[in-house]
Ligand binder design. Sequence first.
Ligand SMILES: [Zn+2]
Length: 362
Amino acid sequence: MTSSQPDAGTGGGGHGHGDGERSGCPGREKTGDRGRDRAGAPRWIAGVDIGGTNLRVGLVPLEGGPPGVIRRERTRAGQGPAHVAAKVADMLRSAVGEVGRGGVAGIGVGCPGPVDRGAGMVLETPNLGWRHVPLRDLVADATGLPVTLENDANCAAYGEWWQGAGRGAERLIGLTLGTGIGGGIVLGGEIYHGASDAAGEVGHMSVDFDGRLCACGSRGCVEAYASGPGIAARAVEGLADAADSSLAGIARTDGVRVTARMVCEAAAGGDGYARRVLAETGRILAVAVANLVNLFNPDVIVVAGGVTAAGDHLFRPLRDEVRRRAFPSALGACRVVPAELPGTAGVIGAAGVFKGAVYGGV
Ligand SMILES: [Zn+2]
């Protein structure tokens, strides 16, 4: 998942019955016949992951396990939230048609935040261009199903906790490196939201108090260095001293911009400069990760996002630097691992949030 903006780690339903929910328990009449199979029992929860680029809708089995089907389309947020809600309804209908049988208990929506979970509102998403959007009710009206709303980065962390690299961990912190750096904290099986739904902003921990300007307005945030655009910008800045890098040729090509993916591909192809950029990325990330290790003493830190495809080029310097910085007693209890659910953690986590809110846990 890419959580690109200062997404206050926030979100949907909360735990316990129907906290802030549109229509309460799936067992209530509001769910309607649409949510039932012939036996009367829903078999699926829909997870919706709204990203700046892609919109994903998946059907996650009520009892857990991988999605039965995932649909992906362009989000086209510029056409407005009602249009996106209608598209969610279409994609859900199509997904239900594909799995053939079983009703849908409800929908968990993950959206870049910050969001007001209680009101079901998306407060502000610069990368979607939305402000104060009653997204939960829009999706509920479009589908006739109960809906929870949660921050997308929290969903991704929750998905990795429920079914991915952090399965069952008591204390998990998730980082997703995308257009921004999203984060989520899962403690005792529940998303930690903080006093005002704003917890989990790991991307905006400073790694340099007077450093690069961040999209959030602060300086030196790890997001400004290790997000996709941050990696690309650092790579381009260093090219003056790396004329032999394949990235130098790309940067000189009209109409082509160096991306983090290109840096990863160049590194995989043996480009020494690209490998140094990734190693430095790992060390920068390690400052943030070491802070998290020392502060939270977690069991696992899950790192997600396209750049994790760089594998050891990123993770070896990351782990080495964390070892130099974190308290050994804390680090000894903590795994720092790549995510296991690329592209699906947000959908799975959003469905899990709905399940937690309505069924009291996953
Ligand atoms: Zn920031």
